[in-house]
Ligand binder design. Structure first.
Ligand code: SAH
Ligand code: SF4
Ligand code: F3S
Length: 449
């Protein structure tokens, strides 16, 4: 076999959109440094696992992957080739040196706030063969120093505007893995938005662990909120659609609700996690909001934007959750009506307050509650999609589909749509008449450009 002339890397991403964004930025910086991507771990001089610590399953998957990658590294060694293994992301931050103890083949452990040091750290490993763990929180340097040009991979591009979380929900690792809340300044976000649009993005998804807590520096030096940021970005030519995720009910202010009624580019979709329909559970989770306040936000956002599609996150089987309290979550779902949602069994995470609570709910009870909740949410999703039957909706096409001539895009309500076209329509927004509605997607016929 011939050796590749440039160094190649293999990168696998776990977890949320913020990790996807970070992986894109790492890809860009590696490309600038002369690396090329490979889909085969066996060909990679550098393997990066960008990891997630949110639930036990996600974190454990990393170690089983690392076992296989170690074997690959040993095999390459026998052929005289070196492999650098790097673990980045939230497991890196949470477990640090423990990772190299559990899997000594790992060379580099880098927390989410230190990716700008990636090239330098890789070089250090190469020169000294030392194992490096870098999990400091150096503040806001990362974005400024990851300065490789943005290259768009899809007409819908992620743009991180806020990171970290100060909320400390008792079940959640994010405040420990991503650190304190930090908002990027408007000017930097505008520059990156323009770069992304120039490179072909038509939609920007503004990201943050608590994106609606955004309070970055505006042009006058005073701080601005997410609504103002959205209004400024809406002024940029060529930007057709704006979305944001994930929001906390506590930070859903009047200005942001008003923006949903006023900014045409802001899509009628809101992902607003509630976690539970029981006020006692919400208090135990330290969510800082009650169900009544959540319903009130939903009412106000529906007045501002009557066609808004709603999404949420739910946790079943939080410690101490009774059958009645699980039922309260079903009632809340029935009362609100969601277009889609994510639901999870509570997973105790090391170091979080809830993991040491008594009264942990047995797994089979969690499974049963999850099943009932998911059945209801799936019915609501199917019903929501069926309401689009016969309608002609604007679809921004993002990629080719699996069938010949097929393309896949999204409606303003984030529904996935399949349609067949003659030419390449990736990046174009076209009217599609919906002919089929399933739980997770729609099919239709292109009606107009
Ligand atoms: N910042 C967002 C969500 C971050 S994590 C928010 O506040 O809503 C995404 C989702 O994972 C959470 O909304 C929650 O539903 C789920 N989650 C977080 N920790 C969990 C845990 N320990 N067990 C199960 N689900 C969890
Ligand atoms: Fe986690 Fe709560 Fe922060 Fe969301 S708001 S990231 S669930 S601590
Ligand atoms: Fe996972 Fe970290 Fe995102 S724990 S969900 S990758 S912020």
């Amino acid at each position: 076999m011939q050796r590749p002339s440039t160094k190649s890397y293999f990168l696998k991403t776990f977890g949320c959109q913020m990790n996807v964004y970070d992986s894109e930025r790492m890809t860009e910086s590696l490309t600038r440094d002369g690396y090329s991507e490979t889909a085969e771990i066996a060909d990679a001089d550098l393997v990066i696992l960008n990891t997630c610590h949110i639930r036990e399953k996600a974190a454990e998957k990393v170690y089983s992957d690392l076992g296989r990658i170690r074997d690959m590294k040993d095999a390459r060694k026998r052929d005289g080739k070196d492999t650098v293994i790097a673990v980045t992301g939230c497991v890196a931050q949470a477990e640090g040196r423990e990772i190299t103890t559990r899997q000594p083949a790992v060379d580099l452990v880098i927390g989410p706030q230190s990716y700008h040091r990636l090239p330098e750290l890789i070089a250090r490993v190469g020169n000294t063969r030392e194992r490096i763990v870098e999990t400091e929180f150096p503040g806001d340097e990362k974005f400024d120093r990851m300065s490789a040009p943005r290259r768009v991979v899809s007409p819908s591009a992620f743009l991180t505007v806020q990171e970290g979380c100060d909320k400390f929900c008792t079940f959640c690792v994010v405040p420990y893995t991503r650190g304190a809340e930090f908002s990027r300044p408007l000017a930097k976000i505008e520059n990156e938005a323009r770069e992304l649009i120039a490179a072909g993005a038509r939609e920007l998804v503004l990201l943050g662990q608590n994106v609606n807590a955004y309070h970055g520096e505006g042009h006058s030096g005073r701080s601005i909120g997410l609504a103002e940021l959205i209004r400024r970005l809406a002024d940029i030519d060529g930007l057709e659609r704006i979305r944001y995720t994930t929001s906390h009910p506590r930070d859903m202010d009047d200005d942001l609700i008003a923006a949903h009624g006023e900014v045409p580019q802001l899509m009628p979709f809101l992902h607003l996690p509630i976690q539970s329909g029981s006020d006692r559970m919400l208090a135990a989770m330290n969510r800082k909001h009650k169900t009544g306040e959540y319903i009130d936000i939903i009412d106000r956002i529906r007045s501002a934007r009557p066609d808004i599609a709603l999404s949420s996150d739910f946790i079943v089987g939080f410690p101490g959750e009774t059958a009645d309290e699980a039922e309260d979550t079903l009632k809340l779902v029935a009362a609100v009506g969601f277009a889609q949602a994510y639901s999870f069994k509570y997973s105790p995470r090391p170091g979080t307050p809830a993991s040491s609570l008594g009264d942990q709910v047995p797994d089979e009870v969690k499974s049963e509650r999850l099943q009932r909740l998911q059945a209801l949410l799936e019915d609501q999703q199917t019903e929501f999609n069926q309401r689009s039957l016969g309608a002609t909706v604007p679809v921004l096409f993002e990629r080719k589909g699996r069938q010949p001539g097929e393309f896949v895009g999204r409606t303003p309500h984030l529904q996935l749509v399949h349609a067949v076209a003659d030419g390449d329509i990736v990046g174009r927004t076209m009217g599609v008449t919906v002919t089929e509605a399933r739980r997770a997607s729609l099919s239709g016929v292109i009606a107009s450009a």
